[in-house]
Design a protein around this ligand. Structure first.
Ligand code: TRP
Length: 446
């Protein structure tokens, strides 16, 4: 099956491992041991891949500034899939990150034709209330915003547009002569969403992680490229030394870079026409070029900013698996039977669970004989993703199911009850959140 990641179309990701090879996404499992208290999604391999999360992790552990950012297109009801992104934002905020959540009303309006009024109402009533109910906290470094109202982001989007041309975005997104210009603008808006937490006004360049589903990877890759193109220097490790190469950096900037490098006293600085080499590296601690690369890059980044440039760090990302829809196939906002909305009537949600497709067999007799298939069960998935905090419980369930001792009816009833309880509590918390909207600078629309 051909793998295609398409942010606006159906996504076919049947083999996540292929993503590592074909798209250059790194395996999350490899860095998992570095996390002392990983989020449940991480520990349970629901978050399966990342780009550059190492940088975020280092900042997190050294208590240095870092951020988290993601966005929601207000096209319909928020469901458990969206909740994963919300929880990932909130977790990183709790780890000390500056948190940004965008309601992508420009994208919804441009790509799906949703009216501004409806964007506003869906944005608040579906996404923002749940985000607050789940624990997003207001503070001076965290922001929930509508794209259309965020002019720092929009100005940056315009600026980024200078670095991306039509043939490039066409080949990434399949744009053609028929594609609306606003659709293209919404792509730049998303890149600006991702990069604007790194503006000086928001505390300057810092590692920022973007939690998303794998379908959003084209945006991430493009934005990482754009971040790189906005840089004035390319700082790279070479054999035995560090090369600092100017990219259209003027002579004043080159001279400033030379001076800044001399000041570090970390090695011999040799300036050429368009690049500077830092050789004979010696920091007194025996660290070589590899260990000092990030530090040197940081010095150059700060210099770029002093001179009025952006100095963006390529954004990091983490990718989670999609939940299977209750009707099989993908969970989708446009198919009500396939998902459970966070605002769903709890009783109705319970009924959807009772009707869901499980990993059960054709008949009771067959299931007793062959056992069920929890890895193909949308109900079991709900427990793994959301409704069970207890790994041991999951292991036992899995074993009981496979051995044919546990039947689907029992599981469904159990999960239906848990969903109903969860939704009742969440919906109460949402009502409390409504009162708190002004704390987030958002007027209540009721
Ligand atoms: N395009 C995303 C979606 O379809 C929404 C989005 C907008 C977003 N801006 C973002 C996601 C920034 C991550 C980061 O759901």
């Amino acid at each position: 099956m051909e793998l295609k990641l398409d942010p606006w179309g159906a996504v076919h990701v049947d083999d996540y491992n292929k993503l590592f090879l074909e798209f250059g996404i790194s395996s999350f499992e490899e860095i998992l041991p570095q996390l002392k208290e990983p989020h449940q999604y991480m520990a349970r391999k629901i978050i399966f891949g990342h780009r550059n999360y190492d940088a975020v992790l280092r900042a997190m552990q050294k208590h240095e500034p870092f951020g988290v950012m993601s966005g929601f297109m207000p096209t319909g009801r928020a469901h458990f899939g969206h909740m994963m992104v919300m929880n990932e934002i909130i977790w990183h905020q709790q780890q000390g990150g500056d948190a940004f959540a965008a309601v992508a009303d420009m994208e919804a309006h441009a790509v799906r034709g949703i009216s501004w009024e409806r964007c506003r109402s869906l944005g608040i009533n579906e996404y923002i209330l749940s985000l607050i109910a789940l624990g997003f906290e207001p503070n001076e470094k965290s922001h929930i915003y509508f794209q259309s109202k965020n002019y720092k982001m929009r100005n940056l989007a315009f600026e980024l547009g200078r670095e991306a041309n039509f043939s490039e975005v066409s080949s990434i997104y399949g744009f053609s002569g028929e594609t609306h210009i606003s659709h293209m603008e919404s792509v730049m808006a998303q890149s600006a969403d991702i990069l604007h937490p790194q503006l000086k006004e928001f505390g300057g360049p810092k590692p920022v992680v973007i939690p998303v589903g794998a379908d959003q990877d084209p945006h991430i890759k493009l934005t990482r490229d754009l971040a790189y193109r906005m840089r004035k220097f390319l700082v790279e490790q070479r054999e035995g030394y560090i090369s600092i190469r100017g990219k259209a950096a003027d002579q004043e900037l080159m001279a400033a870079a030379e001076e800044a490098l001399l000041e570090t006293g970390l090695g011999r600085v040799k300036r050429y026409e368009e690049h500077i080499d830092l050789t004979e590296i010696q920091d007194g601690l025996g660290r070589g070029p590899a260990a000092l690369l990030e530090e040197i890059d940081r010095i150059i980044i700060n210099l770029e900013i002093e001179h009025g440039h952006y100095g963006f760090i390529p954004p990091a990302s983490i990718y989670h698996r999609f939940m299977t829809g209750l009707t099989g196939g993908k969970m989708s906002s446009s198919k009500p039977e396939s998902h459970i909305a966070l605002t769903e009537d709890p009783k109705e949600a319970g009924k959807k669970i009772m009707r869901a497709i499980t990993g059960g067999r054709q008949s009771l007799a067959e299931q007793k004989k062959l056992g069920g298939e929890p890895d193909k069960c949308s109900i079991y998935e709900f427990l793994v993703f959301h409704l069970s905090q207890d790994d041991r419980e999951l292991l036992e369930l899995d074993a009981e199911c496979r051995s044919g001792r546990r039947m689907c009816g029992t599981c469904k009833k159990d999960v239906a009850e848990r969903i109903e309880r969860f939704l009742r509590e969440h919906q109460q918390a949402r009502e409390a959140a409504r009162e708190r909207l002004p704390e987030f600078g958002i007027k209540n629309l009721g």
